[in-house]
Design a protein around this ligand. Sequence first.
Ligand code: PT1
Length: 262
Amino acid sequence: MGILNVTPDSFSDGGRFARRDSALAKAEQMSRDGAAIIDVGGESTRPGAQAVGAAEEIDRVLPVIEALCHVTDVPVSIDTSKAEVMREAVAAGAAMINDVRALREEGALEAAAGLGRPVCLMHMQGAPRTMQRDPAYLDVVAEVIEFLEDRRDACVAAGIDAADIVLDPGFGFGKSAAHNVELLANLRQLSALGQPLLAGMSRKSTLGVLTGREVDERLPASIAAAVIAALNGADIVRVHDVAETVDAMRIVAAVRETEAKQ
Ligand code: PT1
């Protein structure tokens, strides 16, 4: 899954057409590089980020999703927590809903159930603006599993097909570096829920803590994290650097195939 941020801080703003064209060019490159999904997001949810209104979010992502769905067959995922954005994005062609708040916002669960698209449910402790202040758990792995199981069950009760539910531990969302490492090491335990897993660690601050590297120097660490996630059961990895990660996943796949034959 290639990341396509359509937030003001991700573009040196030359206006909305420049924003749309620049996003499209990036998406087309990711699809040539082998992305299986392109994840379009108009709300920054990284630590410290401010909330954004639905109208502003729609204004950012809709032109990109519309244009993108015309020029590529790669499924587009909409990274949002808002019911209205989900509806508009799916009407414009989005194939999947990725919600870092696991459909807990008002109306989101009903909207997603009505749209009949696969959903990704992510774990987060707190809210983006404040979640890194003092993240605390008794047992981070057990608590993330319990949360995801509850949200999965709520989605099934609301009418979402269990086969359409992807789960994500939410690396970096209300978690210390040690919490994130513990989740990565124990990702296999989440497979017991029986759902596909998504992992997103690309360029995140935990990789900075572990390597001492700035955000634009975290590609090797990001690839290592993606490989470990894949070996520990992740079905989808959400990344900035698609070409490099696809190469790494080819090695994982080759080893997997050999193991399966033994
Ligand atoms: C994610 C994810 C996401 N991450 C899913 N969607 C972000 N399903 C946005 C940092 O510590 O992991 N899974 N959508 C981006 N969020 C962050 C969080 C970015 C933490 C950076 C950090 O640097």
